[in-house]
Design a protein around this ligand. Structure first.
Ligand SMILES: NC(=O)C1=CN([C@@H]2O[C@H](COP(=O)(O)OP(=O)(O)OC[C@H]3O[C@@H](n4cnc5c(N)ncnc54)[C@H](O)[C@@H]3O)[C@@H](O)[C@H]2O)C=CC1
Ligand SMILES: O=C(O)C(=O)COP(=O)(O)O
Length: 571
């Protein structure tokens, strides 16, 4: 095969000038035209974040909205920023009528966002995973100390005019064991601080690394061991189907008798009715709660809040001035990036791609989308039922294909549906269309390059250009990145060399001299005097009459326009 490198320079330059536009990866189709995107801020956000947002977006603030008010507003905005107080339900995504592209959670927990609905509607959810970690850990320690030394009760007593030095005798923390449940960002910061108080720390976290725990002098134990060991139990896991009501009757039956529990994670992790029973039975002697199953909780007659052995704060874990400024900036950066079509490392419902990996993948992402578009562009009316992607890479199975796969699906589906496909919803949309998707990783090539080549094959397809169908009866296109540029290198069984860009006229003709004479083109043949295909870069689509004229050229077997191989969102 002729390669770009050994082609005459003029042809290379012509090809590059014609098709070599600089491309950037856009994973979300967001703002249209030149208008600024509109962002609705539904809960109080640090002023630094609001100021930053105003630089690139129209900002609307509306706090304490009723669900129906949120639904009414959401179809007018491109992004929504919330904290934990706003429920972003399926109804919200439905009401947005496809306009809402990003939900930013100015904090960690996204249990107030219906992630399945967000994904279905192609809406990216981003959060601010790091800026409130220390604040939450400090609040955990504040509750630990306040509970152990009865600070809120004593304060209430003295404010009621009493000087009672006997009722509020506390318990010491030094030398005691604290069991941490969820040894993530907050949990490990709590561990660090508890060590400073002279406590022993054990942790239960089925996904935590032994090394990381050991480095902090923390012993990882089973759930039951943690329950049995802890004089204090501090909860720091997310609310998931697996952690919901984890602290129920069965856990409280095993908990160290008379121990104390702190919850700065999520209300639903503790079954509140079971906690009441455990407090009554003195299995648990005190509880400190920042979070509740329902927020705000019902106050009237609430047996938990009124108890002297329970102290409460109204979900204040992240509420420091510093943390609120921090999460505001963190979430606004993620939202603005997402609105600009960039991938965010704070994405919650899409693969997180670190910036350095993204940079490395960039030309391959354009290639992947281009191959998807190219393959589907060759399908005739009968459609196709499966997509087979093969990655040939020196990394073999170590290659992370999620992004490349999403871009192939985007390339394929956006040609045949009105759906806007992005990294968030690509897998789901292809599944919903009943498309069978297979991926094969082949170890090939050497060095550190991401891919030596990649192919997309569409099965059971009737092609409008029969030469695109390979021996296995699939429409087959293959490509590779050369000199940082994505090239289509094979159509069916024919080798070609086309920059993945622009529209292309494909003809198949008998291989004989002098039948077409065009300056820029790529020609490939199977054997001398056999058949050849020719790909010609074109600016405007030829008229049907021209197409007919080409087809009637002696020797030309078939001819088609291979439209816009260039990914549509790239510019
Ligand atoms: N009260 C507040 O204002 C705040 C609450 N939070 C909450 O604190 C929690 C922890 O936040 P981060 O540390 O930032 O999250 P993280 O993701 O860094 O850590 C969570 C840890 O929980 C572990 N985990 C998951 N399932 C578990 C299970 N079944 N049992 C035990 N461990 C499990 C994970 O492996 C992970 O290590 C979250 O629920 C978050 O929403 C965070 C900030 C403020
Ligand atoms: O970040 C979290 O998970 C929190 O719970 C903080 O919630 P908030 O932003 O204060 O409503």
């Amino acid at each position: 095969m002729q390669t770009l490198a050994n082609r005459p320079c003029a042809t290379r330059r012509a090809a590059a000038a014609r098709f070599g536009r600089q491309q950037c990866v856009k994973v979300l189709a967001v703002a249209s035209g030149n208008s600024k995107p509109t962002v609705l801020v539904a809960e109080k956000l640090g002023s630094a974040g609001i100021d930053m947002l105003k630089q690139t977006c129209n900002v609307e603030t509306a706090y304490n909205m009723k669900p129906e008010e949120l639904c009414a507003k959401v179809s007018l905005v491109d992004a929504l920023i919330v904290r934990s107080g706003t429920k972003v339900t399926r109804a919200v995504f439905e009401a947005s009528k496809g306009r809402l592209k990003v939900v930013g959670r100015a904090g960690v927990g996204v249990d107030n966002v219906d992630l399945a609905a967000a994904t279905e509607y192609g809406c990216l959810v981003v959060n601010a995973p790091t800026a409130n970690t220390v604040a939450a850990a400090e609040h955990g320690i504040a509750l630990l100390c306040a509970m152990a030394r009865n600070v809120p009760q004593a304060d209430a007593s003295i404010k009621a005019g009493k000087w009672d030095r006997n009722t509020y005798v506390g318990t010491s923390m030094v030398g005691k064991t604290i069991a941490i449940y969820g040894f993530g960002k907050v949990g490990s910061e709590v561990a660090r601080r508890a060590k400073g108080l002279g406590m022993s720390v054990v942790a239960y976290d089925p996904y935590a690394s032994q090394e990381k725990a050991a480095a902090q002098g923390v012993q990882l134990v089973t759930f039951d061991e943690a329950l049995a060991a802890g004089d204090f139990h501090s909860l720091h896991m997310p609310l998931t189907p697996g952690t919901k009501n984890l602290f129920g009757d069965s856990a409280f039956a095993k908990i160290k008798k008379g121990s104390r529990i702190i919850n700065v994670a999520r209300g639903g992790v503790i079954d509140e009715a079971a906690l009441l029973r455990a407090l009554d039975a003195k299995n648990v002697s005190q509880a400190a709660l920042d979070v509740f199953m329902e927020e705000p909780p019902k106050f009237e007659g609430n047996p938990l809040i009124g108890r002297p052995d329970v102290i409460c704060t109204p979900h204040l874990g992240a509420s420091t001035t510093e943390a609120q400024e921090g999460v505001a900036i963190e979430v606004v950066e993620a939202v603005v990036d997402a609105l600009a079509g960039k991938l965010s490392s704070n994405a919650v419902n899409a693969p997180m791609v670190p910036p350095e990996i993204l940079k490395e993948l960039q030309p391959y992402i354009v290639l992947a989308e281009g191959l998807g578009k190219a393959a589907v562009g060759l399908v005739k009316d009968s459609g196709f039922t499966d997509i087979a992607i093969t990655y040939s890479s020196p990394r073999g199975d170590d290659l992370d294909t999620r992004l490349l796969r999403a871009m192939v699906i985007k390339g394929v589906l956006e040609e045949i549906t009105t759906a806007k496909v992005n990294l968030v919803n690509a897998d789901l949309l292809s599944k919903n269309r009943g498309l069978k998707l297979t991926e094969v990783n082949v170890r090939s090539g050497e060095g550190s390059e991401v891919l030596s080549s990649m192919s997309v094959a569409l099965g059971t397809a009737d092609s409008k250009f029969s030469a695109a169908v390979d021996k296995t009866k699939r429409i087959y296109v293959e490509g590779k990145v050369m000199n940082g540029q994505p090239f289509l290198t094979k159509i069916g069984n024919f080798d070609v060399e086309l920059l993945v860009s622009g529209s292309v006229l494909l003809t198949r003709q008998r291989d004989q001299p002098g039948i077409v004479n065009i300056s820029f083109m790529t020609v490939s043949r199977t054997a001398k005097d056999g058949e050849a295909i020719m790909a010609i870069g074109i600016d405007t689509e030829p008229s049907p009459a021209t197409m007919e004229a080409i087809t009637s050229v002696p020797g030309v077997v078939e001819c088609t326009i291979f439209k816009e191989v260039l990914p549509s969102n790239s510019n």
